[in-house]
Structures are given as C-alpha cells and as structure tokens.
Design a binder for this molecule. Structure first.
Ligand SMILES: Cc1cc2nc3c(=O)[nH]c(=O)nc-3n(C[C@H](O)[C@H](O)[C@H](O)COP(=O)(O)O)c2cc1C
Length: 194
C-alpha cells in the first residue's frame, strides 16, 4: 500500500509543497510512507503536448494505480488550481481515482479564492472517478511562511492539516476500499475551511 503525494506547484520554494511534506512527515510518524511526485518528474514536453501514450504518462498512471490514497497539493492560480497539476491529471485514465482516498491541500495569496477548489479541482477529481474526497485544507500565504529552507505553519493550519492527515491515515489503515467500505459520505462533508 502506498500513498502518493502529488505536488502541483511549479515553484521550487513552494508553500503548498511544504504543507504536503509536513503531511508526509505526519503520515510517516504513523507508520505510513508516502512518495512524492512533482511536476518536474514528468518531462515538460509530455505535459505540454499531453502525451498520453508516452512512457512518462504510463509510469505516472502506474504510480497512481499503485496508490491507495493521494494527497494533492496545489497553489491557487487565477482562481483555480495550477495548470501544471491539470496537465498531470490530463495524463491519467478516465476513472483512475475510483477507490482512492483523496486529500486536497491548497495555498493561496488570500482567502478570496477559498472556494475556487470546490468548483475547480473537485469536479476534475470527480471526473476521474474520485468518490472519496476528504475535507481539504486551505491556507493563505501568511499562514505558511518559508524562510531559508524552513517552513513555519500557523497553528490553525497545522491543526487542520493534522486532523485531515489523521483522518486519512485512519481510513487507509482500517477501511481498505477494496473491501467495499464506502467513504462516499465524506465527500458530502468536504469543505475548504480557513
Ligand atoms: C500566476 C499566479 C497566479 C496566482 N493567482 C492567485 C489567485 O487567483 N488567487 C490567490 O489567492 N492567489 C493567487 N496566487 C498566489 C498563490 O496562490 C500563492 O502565493 C500560493 O501560496 C503559491 O503556492 P506555491 O508556493 O505552492 O506555489 C497566484 C500566484 C501566481 C504565481
């Protein structure tokens, strides 16, 4: 069982990726290991050209297929999730997120686009078959401060992220979806709170 940590920011010093890595550390402390996949792990030409039949896309789909759960982190770009993340998602099979537990994480310049992921990312995840989307975690730039390679996360964000990660860990550990446990109700409760 693996957990795929999908980092959707093109930035080398990324707040959303910092939250993703914090989440990975918390998962590791609970005995669950995640492996990170970023935009640079897929050749730019495959992303730009949407090279669905290329080797890189095949390897990407294998990593998604092998994962029981995905944490997907993205910056808000122009009131939506990042174009780079969309280019990655475009290379997946139509129902590749069916039976996966998905935890979205987003950072934005302000709270103005707090709901953008509700109407931008979640419909795309749904189109990819995701029916088990946990309540996402949204933070503003002020709440996630990067300084000389270190990240300082606001207490409120840390608490919400801890709680989201713990929820995901519980479901991964105790309710394998392959046994038919239905987490669909969680999607109904999914909210990006701040
Ligand atoms: C091209 C671009 C577009 C952005 N558009 C928005 C936006 O529409 N709404 C918003 O709240 N923040 C916007 N931001 C700010 C980023 O979402 C914010 O700084 C985020 O934390 C960056 O995440 P990252 O460090 O993981 O890349 C934008 C930033 C860039 C570079």
């Amino acid at each position: 069982m693996t957990i795929l940590m999908l980092a959707g920011s093109p930035s080398q010093h990324s707040r959303s990726t910092a939250l993703l890595r914090y989440a990975a550390q918390r998962l590791a402390a609970r005995g669950l290991s995640g492996n990170e996949l970023g935009l640079r792990d897929v050749p730019a030409v495959d992303l730009i050209e949407g090279n669905f039949n290329g080797a890189a896309a095949g390897a990407l789909r294998k990593r998604v297929s092998d994962a029981q759960a995905l944490l997907i982190a993205t910056p808000v770009y122009k009131a939506s999730f990042s174009g780079g993340l969309k280019a990655i998602l475009d290379l997946l099979d139509e129902k590749s997120l069916a039976d996966k537990i998905v935890l979205p994480i987003a950072t934005g310049g302000s709270a103005a686009h707090l709901l953008a992921l509700e109407y931008s990312l979640k419909p795309v995840l749904s189109a990819l078959g995701a029916r088990h989307i946990l309540a996402g975690v949204y933070a503003t730039d002020r709440q996630v401060v990067l300084h000389q390679g270190h990240v300082t996360i606001d207490d409120d964000v840390r608490e919400r992220l801890d709680s989201a990660v713990d929820r995901l860990a519980r479901h991964v550990a105790t309710a394998p979806l392959s046994q038919g446990y239905d987490l669909g109700y969680l999607a109904l409760n999914a909210r990006f709170s701040i």
